[in-house]
Design a protein around this ligand. Sequence first.
Ligand code: ATP
Ligand code: MG
Length: 257
Amino acid sequence: MQGYIGIDIWVGFKVEPVLKVENVDKIYDMGGEIQVTALKNINFEVKKGDFVSITGHSGSGKTTLLHVVSALLRPSAGEVYITGHPISKMDDSELAVVRGSNIGFVFQSFNLIPRLTALENVMLPLWFQGVPKKERIEIATKILAEVGLEGRMSHRPGELSGGQKQRVAIARALAVDPDIIVADEPTGNLDSASGATILELIDKLNIDKGKTILIVTHERYVAERAQKIIHIKDGEIERTEITSKGKKDEKIRRDYK
Ligand SMILES: Nc1ncnc2c1ncn2[C@@H]1O[C@H](COP(=O)(O)OP(=O)(O)OP(=O)(O)O)[C@@H](O)[C@H]1O
Ligand SMILES: [Mg+2]
């Protein structure tokens, strides 16, 4: 089903990108005179239903960039637009709302809460949104089943394998049904079989559910699952590459026009 690729054609006018990054710099202030420039003049946009990878060496600024585009960090300069809304104009509580409802973030180190079960971890973002308990349990149970963890609902993170923890992290990101899924090295800590399961899951979210996907990876074969690869080096975009999958999708788009 390729319907999402043609969305700007169905509606007949140009659709706002769901994410837009404009002239973004990020400087970490370490106190005193010490500053680390992690991002320099970053510009790109992501349209609805796109699957984009960001790749680069360790320390090149990938995680910083994901945090900035997801409004977990404010840029030092430039602007980030989430579904057309400039984040510099929002206060912290408005940012939390935009983040909580539009973006599902999967962290490099999972960030699951060790004392909570898999089910409770997935229920948590729904609690922040004020969803009643019965519904929280229903939604979290359904999503955990979708990621193949129906038998692990009451396990705590310490009682799960790396791949299972990653699936709980993805399920938690999906809990509020966000349009955009952002994942930092989703296969980074996994063996190849668990990694393949996670990649299939991400593909399914993109193709079947039309979710917009932005992932960071340093592995070429993972980056190639996307339509577009953004290469970053020392905090700058070195080049943007359209993958063979992206070229195929562009052809379908042209043929429909
Ligand atoms: N909180 C912070 N305070 C100061 N400097 C930081 C902070 N976080 C990251 N940095 C620095 O910013 C640069 C980019 O870091 P970042 O974590 O974005 O890299 P990365 O590309 O994700 O690396 P990796 O592949 O190892 O995860 C690095 O030089 C890092 O040391
Ligand atoms: Mg990183």
